[in-house]
Design a protein around this ligand. Structure first.
Ligand SMILES: Cc1cc2nc3c(=O)[nH]c(=O)nc-3n(C[C@H](O)[C@H](O)[C@H](O)COP(=O)(O)OP(=O)(O)OC[C@H]3O[C@@H](n4cnc5c(N)ncnc54)[C@H](O)[C@@H]3O)c2cc1C
Length: 471
C-alpha cells in the first residue's frame, strides 16, 4: 500500500504543532490539519494580522516561533479544514477532510490525534439567555478579537482560567461584579502544595490576575456559584449561592446581582470524537475531564499506530500539551523507522522530568477544581439540556422512567446529541442527569457509557457526503 503521507496530525494546537515538528524533523512525511484559519489552537491562537504589531506577550511570541519553525519544515498544512471522518485503509487510515478547496481524502499509515478540548457547559435555569457565555468564548472575544461582550459581568466557574478571563475583561474596560469560584479550596489546597513546586511562572500569573481584581474592587469568592440567570430578551440579573457539600447550593444563601453578561467556566471536556469514531479504547476519569483515550507510555492508543496528545487525552494545559505532542511525534518517527530506538530513548529521558511535573500539576488542578455532582443538578424539568434539539431535563427524566439506562438509549428516545454539535455540548450534562436519576440504582458514568460517534463529526454540505458515498 502506498501512503500519501506517513503521518497525519489532526489539530494544530500546542500538541499538534509539536508532534508535526518532531516527526518532520526526523524525516517523517507529515500532513497537519486544523479547522481554524491559522495554527496555534486554543492557547497560541494568533491575533488577527492587523493586531500583530501591538502584541508583545510571550505567549504570542512563542506561538509565532512555533509557526515559523513549522513553516520551515516540509509539513503539508491544511488550514480552515475540518477532519470529518477517519476510516480504516489497509494497515493505516483514510482521512476525510473538508476545506476551502472542497472535500478531499488522503491515506496515511500513522495518526497523531491532538483535537484539544472544549468548554464544559452546565445547564441551570436561564443558561441559554443571550449574554450567558463560556469562559473560552469570552476569552477569544476579549483577547483575540478585542471586543467586550458587555458592560457589567459576573464570572462564575472553577479553576484558574476564570481568573485569567476576569482579569482580561477588566483590563479591556469591563466592570466585573465578582468572580465566583465554586470549589471550597481551604484547607484542601494545603495537601496539594507540593504539586505547585516549580510552577513559579504560573503562580506569578495568578498573583497578577488577583492584583488586577483587587485594583478593580472585584471580589474573588470561594465556594460560591451562579445558580440561575434571569432576563426577558437577555440576561439582566443572576442568582448566586454558597456551595455546600458536593456543590449543592445552600438554601437561604442566595443573592441577586444585576449584570448584562454572565461568563461560566467549569472546566473543559476532552474532544474525543475522533478517537471514539475509530474505536480506540477509552476510560472515564472525571478529574481529567470525563472520557479519555487509554494510552501507553509513548502515547499510543489501543490501536497500533494511533497516538493521542494534549488536552484531548485529559485536561493538562499548554505546556503538557507541547511535551506530549513532541513525545508522540518522536514515537511515530521510531515506529516508522526514521529514528533509532536508542536515540529516541535519550530524547524521551530528557522529557521525563517536565512530563512528570506538568502531570502532577494537572492532577492537582483536577483534584481541587473538578465540580461535584450538585452543580449539574441546578436545572429543573423545564431547563434545556440539549440546546440543538431543544430537549429539556424533564424529557430526559421521562426517558429514564420509560426504561433508558444508557446515554445511547436516552439519545434514541429523546434525540439528545443528534443536532449540530453532535453531543459536544450536551453529553456531559445528560450523563450527569442520567446518573442523578439513577442514583437509587447506583449507576456510574462507566455504566451509562457514552454517545456512539459516527461520521460526519461536524455538519457538512449534503453534496460532500454524496460525493464521499460515491467514492
Ligand atoms: C480561556 C482559556 C485560557 C487558557 N489559559 C491557559 C493558560 O494560561 N495556561 C495554560 O497552560 N493553558 C491555558 N489554557 C489551556 C490551553 O489552551 C490548552 O491546554 C492547550 O491549548 C491544549 O493544547 P492542544 O494542542 O491539546 O489543544 P488545542 O489548543 O485545543 O488545539 C486543538 C486544535 O484541534 C483543532 N481541531 C479539533 N477537532 C478538529 C477536527 N475534527 N478537524 C480539524 N481540526 C480540529 C481545533 O480547532 C484546535 O485548533 C487555556 C484555555 C482556555 C479555554
Amino acid at each position: 500500500m502506498s501512503w500519501d503521507y506517513e503521518l497525519a496530525v489532526i489539530g494544530a494546537g500546542p500538541a499538534g504543532m509539536e508532534a508535526a515538528l518532531a516527526a518532520s524533523e526526523h524525516g517523517v512525511p507529515t500532513v497537519m490539519v486544523d479547522n481554524r484559519p491559522a495554527s496555534g489552537g486554543q492557547f497560541y491562537m494568533p491575533l488577527p494580522a492587523t493586531f500583530n504589531k501591538a502584541s508583545k506577550s510571550s505567549v504570542d511570541k512563542d506561538g509565532n516561533f512555533l509557526r515559523s519553525l513549522l513553516d520551515g519544515q516540509p509539513v503539508k498544512q491544511y488550514k480552515d479544514t475540518l477532519v470529518w471522518g477517519i476510516f480504516p485503509e489497509g494497515e493505516g487510515w483514510k482521512v476525510a477532510v473538508y476545506g476551502p478547496a472542497g472535500p478531499e481524502a488522503f491515506n496515511v499509515r500513522y495518526l497523531v490525534l491532538a483535537a484539544g478540548a472544549y468548554d464544559t457547559p452546565v445547564p441551570f435555569p436561564g443558561w441559554t439567555l443571550p449574554g450567558v457565555m463560556t469562559a473560552g468564548g469570552a476569552q477569544i472575544m476579549v483577547k483575540n478579537q478585542r471586543v467586550v461582550p458587555g458592560k457589567k459581568a459576573l464570572v462564575s466557574g472553577s479553576g484558574p482560567l476564570i481568573l485569567a478571563v476576569a482579569a482580561n475583561m477588566i483590563s479591556a474596560g469591563m466592570r466585573v461584579e465578582a468572580v465566583m469560584e465554586g470549589a471550597r479550596l481551604f484547607p484542601r489546597v494545603l495537601g496539594h502544595a507540593y504539586a505547585a513546586w516549580g510552577q513559579w511562572h504560573r503562580m506569578a500569573e495568578g498573583v497578577e490576575y488577583l492584583t488586577t481584581l483587587v485594583k478593580a474592587g472585584t471580589p474573588y469568592k470561594l465556594g460560591w456559584s451562579v445558580i440561575e440567570a434571569r432576563g426577558e430578551e437577555r440576561v439582566e440579573e443572576v442568582v448566586v449561592a454558597r456551595m455546600g457539600a458536593n456543590w449543592k447550593p445552600l438554601p437561604g444563601s442566595e443573592k441577586t446581582l444585576a449584570v448584562d453578561t454572565l461568563v461560566i467556566g467549569y472546566g473543559m471536556t476532552p474532544n474525543t470524537g475522533l478517537s471514539r469514531l475509530i474505536e480506540c479504547r477509552h476510560e472515564y476519569d472525571r478529574r481529567r475531564g470525563g472520557w479519555v483515550p487509554m494510552r501507553d507510555e509513548t502515547l499510543q492508543t489501543s490501536l497500533p499506530g494511533v497516538y493521542v496528545a494534549g488536552d484531548m487525552a485529559g485536561i493538562g494545559g499548554a505546556e503538557l500539551a507541547r511535551l506530549e505532542g513532541r513525545l508522540s511525534g518522536l514515537a511515530v518517527a521510531v515506529a516508522s523507522g526514521h529514528l533509532e530506538r536508542g536515540t529516541a530513548g535519550e530524547l524521551y529521558g530528557q522529557m521525563q522530568r517536565g512530563l512528570k511535573s506538568q502531570r502532577r500539576f494537572a492532577g492537582m488542578l483536577g483534584a481541587l477544581f473538578t465540580p461535584g455532582q450538585g452543580l449539574f443538578s441546578l436545572a429543573n424539568d423545564d431547563t434545556l439540556v440539549c440546546r440543538c434539539e431543544e430537549i429539556t431535563l424533564g424529557e430526559v427524566r421521562e426517558a429514564v422512567a420509560a426504561g433508558a439506562r444508557t446515554l445511547t438509549e436516552v439519545k434514541m428516545i429523546t434525540r439528545t446529541g443528534m443536532g449540530n454539535c453532535q453531543g459536544r455540548m450536551c453529553e456531559r450534562s445528560v450523563a450527569h442527569a442520567l446518573v442523578d436519576a439513577l442514583a437509587a440504582e447506583q449507576v456510574d458514568f462507566e455504566g451509562i457509557g457514552n454517545y456512539k460517534v459516527r461520521p460526519p463529526l461536524h455538519p457538512l454540505p449534503v453534496s460532500v457526503l454524496a460525493e464521499a458515498a460515491e467514492d
